[in-house]
Design a protein. Sequence first.
Length: 596
Amino acid sequence: MDPNRLRIRPIVLRGSRRWIVALAALSLVGVARPAVAAPPAQSPEVARSIALATQYLKQHAPGQKGREGLYVYALLKGGVPPQDPVVQGLLQGILAKFDSGRYRYIQYHWYEAACDLMALEAVDPERYRKEIENIALVLAAAQNDAGGWNYPEERNTGGDTSVTQYAILGLWAAQRAGVEVPLATWDKAAAWLTSAPQLPNGAFMYSPRHDPSPKHSMTVAGVGSLYVCRQYLYPDAPAELALTPAAQPQPQQPKPETLEERQKRLGIRWGVLELIPLEPEEEKPPEVKPAAGPGRPRMPLTRIDQSIRGGMQWLGQNFTIVNPSGWPKYYLYGLERMAALANVQHVGTHDWFAEGSAYLLRTQSLNGSWDSTEGEESGPIGACFCVLFLSRATGQLVGSPPPEPIAGGLLKGGRLPEDLSTAQLNDGNVQQHKLSGPFEELLAELAKGEAQMAAAQQAIVEKVQLGDREGLVGQKDRLIELARHSDPEIRRTAIWALGRTDDLELVPLLLKSLEDPDVDVMVEAGNALCFIARKPDGFGLAAGPFQGLVEPATDLQRKQSLDRWRELALDRWARWHFSTRPYAERDDLREKARTR
């Protein structure tokens, strides 16, 4: 079969059921599904951020020639329906690139082609089957002799990890749509990725020819691309990586075996042919069959897994969300994709989504965009990448479970309705009302008590979610005062707000609030600590003191459950605080006692 030819095939699962089970219903091969996957459950904070960003994109996307596919894909993953007029206008821009049935990009070559293909597959893979096949043919033909992709004018001068990543994303979308990509294409791509762009320490570079330095953005790109290739080369391989050492991209040839080594390996003692087993023979792992069909992979599964393991280890040791090497927002989308394909919640010791989403929520501008150290990312392009991260775009494809919200309390229920922009609770009735103004005025309204309680809470939460962190920090002293108010609902609101200041100096106050006589305040203090510490699971504590308590429970049982939860929360959070604060401040005997 010509490696540059593609075949249309029925949408089937080709020998991949074991992989699907192992990776939580991974749907990498074209499986029948709705045109647009429903987004996963999101915390209200994340949902609000995505909604703000998609509104920004809808305002700025029209007229962006050559980038239509990226905008369509981000809008769809952010929850905008395909029928939306902006999406339809962008879609017409993509279809206008077909001249007599042949696709021609405008200016961003394989990036543009891949994103256009991804967009068409996400909108309707059946309706746009011919267009998808056409773009896939163009992408497959652009693969160079080494197995990577590069800028068109440099096609056979090595490869570029970034361009290769997007070519693979486009071909992955084509395969999901039922267009079968030749095995040789995946095989050559894996061969290039495991050699040329990967450094001995496991990190990936942009290009051996132009930029050989390790990059966070390229490492997630390389690892994520290898996971896609792995699926098609070895569809029956278990989800767990082969138990081999971390990769060295170009391993040295083994040294010749000495006579002593040979004798030991064969179990020969005293230099005579007396075979005495020195060690029991190791049990061989079960053989993993390569993909069926014409040809066989040249790349061994163990080699691919070595390369993946090396990249993951480097990322775990060098993890960051802020100021990574490479484009920051582009990196975040690559991180989401890699983690979804690997089915991991942690990279090293870091909860990648909790840390990344907290950072994006904190830095989003009022108009829905984000600033970036890379100027071009400060506009709609960066917003696309942020929406794809926050919406867990790849997680929607492969079925990764959504994360637990970083915090609950005010954002999970209680007095505030889910739609904070439309409702106020007043004398038992839901009424349309909304407060606005600086934090100082809103806190004054909050302190008045029940009459303006819900409206003030609503306005405070909205201002925080819209990114007015400086205003919040400026009212820290007032919030501390309100955290000691006689009304528990005012205390609860103040504790929630203090948790969003990212001020570690407030931890002692939050620890004290874990002993509040009001259960809601106590739980809110725990949520605030989770947010400040970026530990959404709260060291494994239950979400509240009565979670899991069999009802109907007696007053004594509820009291015992409450006391037990409070004691565990105090102990675990005090230990964390004592281990992380500056040594000069570790003079609290009570906390020292708790760490023993």
